[in-house]
Design a protein around this ligand. Structure first.
Ligand SMILES: NC(=O)c1ccc[n+]([C@@H]2O[C@H](COP(=O)([O-])OP(=O)(O)OC[C@H]3O[C@@H](n4cnc5c(N)ncnc54)[C@H](OP(=O)(O)O)[C@@H]3O)[C@@H](O)[C@H]2O)c1
Length: 380
């Protein structure tokens, strides 16, 4: 516990104060702010944590107030701020202010590239990190591992449960298996609630382009839906899990077969990408109907085979599965991860449930922040 954390604890008696700087106010970040606004009093009563939002940043503006922001007003206050000189705003000066507050936490609800440098700065300054952003975890091994070492050396928490399966307890499960001495042999499943939702819509006869728009409206897709349809989002999740299982693997080593293929995957503009999908509607409809007539269904699956010497073979791609395949029983945006281990060899340990959506992901991020609070004040 840092001196600032200790002082906060003494000042508050039995209540712990946590100070959050939130990056992103989109589907997940926006729901997190709403969750804080709706549950301020009950959260405090239930968890004995006084969770203060002190900063909010998006791609164009930044707001920081040591005195705390009222969650219900934070987004409007941010939007009334002048545009920052840089886009995205430079968050480092805010970290320098955040570090002086008790139990400071940087919460990353963006999908931005390059956040690893910011996380490193946060750990150096004694700031904990909670992230829903997969990119720092799927960076080259030396970058990701260096962050883990930094967090450990500075005694800071780094939680990222929501990067795989929204708020399903997947990362925690694998970490518990590993630290209690189990050996992971195979991990497989349908890691993407978004692609599961699309597969269902297609099976119900909804055209691909319409199904993707609906998934986006429901807050299931990545900021650019191409990341989902190219298989990149699932590949990143598989990479995160493989690394948690202790294997050395890079994103470039994963065999990825996209959900849709072709030139459209090079389209940078999300709106043009969505419009372009209409050209694939007939082809997808015919394919899914053919599968249906042979009692099969389309699912996007991932498989990690853990070999010897810390190596793994990782594959993600669309598969035509039989009606009795476990992934065929998934409903809506459900995801599923099955762990085959030395202890769970005959029947796997399975985690299953809705694996996408702003509200549940925001709840998972909040749970991670509360976990930081528990850790920071554990020595009281
Ligand atoms: N949606 C889900 O179901 C789900 C589930 C699990 C994990 N996640 C992860 O959660 C993260 C956020 O997803 P989302 O659906 O909320 O995306 P989103 O709706 O596009 O929101 C992204 C937010 O990040 C802000 N932003 C982008 N770059 C930034 C930067 N460099 N600095 C500060 N703010 C920046 C954006 O600012 P503007 O408002 O100015 O655009 C926006 O507010 C992603 O990494 C995603 O993979 C999402």
């Amino acid at each position: 516990m840092s001196p600032a954390d200790g002082a906060a604890f003494r000042a508050l008696g039995r209540e712990a104060e946590v100070n959050v700087l939130l990056l992103g106010k989109g589907t997940v970040g926006g729901r997190l702010v709403a969750l804080l606004a709706q549950n301020e009093a009950s959260l405090r009563a239930r968890t004995r944590v006084s969770l203060r939002l002190v900063g909010l940043v998006d791609r164009r503006r930044a707001l920081f107030d040591e005195a705390g922001l009222k969650p219900a007003e934070a987004v409007a206050r941010l939007q009334s701020r002048p545009l920052s000189p840089a886009s995205p705003p430079d968050v480092r000066p805010l970290l320098a202010r955040l570090q002086h507050l008790p139990a400071p936490v940087l919460v990353d609800c963006t999908a931005a590239e390059g956040m690893d440098a910011l996380y490193a700065e946060a750990f150096h300054r004694g700031v904990h990190v909670v992230g829903a952003n997969k990119k720092p975890l799927s960076a080259p091994s030396h970058v990701r591992d260096a962050l883990e070492v930094l967090a450990r050396d500075h005694g800071r928490a780094w939680h990222y449960e929501t990067t795989v399966g929204a708020s399903l307890p997947i990362i925690r499960t694998i970490q518990d298996l590993v630290r209690t001495g189990d050996r992971l042999e195979r991990i497989e499943g349908a890691f993407s609630g978004t692609l599961g939702f699309l597969a269902h819509q297609l099976a119900a006869g909804v055209p691909l382009s319409k199904a993707v728009r609906e998934a986006r409206e429901r807050g299931y897709t990545e900021p650019h839906p191409r990341d989902d349809l190219a298989g990149l989002d699932v590949a990143r999740k598989a990479l995160i899990l493989a690394r948690e299982a202790g294997v050395a693997v890079e994103l470039s080593e994963i065999a990825v077969e996209p959900f849709v293929s072709g030139d459209l995957l090079t389209e940078e503009d999300p709106e043009r990408f969505l419009s372009g999908l209409a050209a694939l509607d007939a082809q997808f409809g015919a394919y899914v109907a053919r599968l249906h007539s042979s009692q099969k269904g389309l699912r996007y699956l991932a498989r990690i085979d853990v070999g010897g010497e810390g190596k793994a073979r990782v594959r993600v791609g669309p598969v035509a599965v039989d009606a009795d395949h476990p992934a065929m029983s998934l409903r809506g945006a459900e995801a599923m991860v099955a762990f085959f281990t030395a202890r769970y060899r005959e029947f796997p340990l399975v985690v299953r449930g809705v694996g996408a959506g702003g509200e549940i992901t925001a709840a998972g991020v909040l749970a991670d922040v509360l976990r930081v609070a528990e850790g920071a004040f554990a020595c009281r």
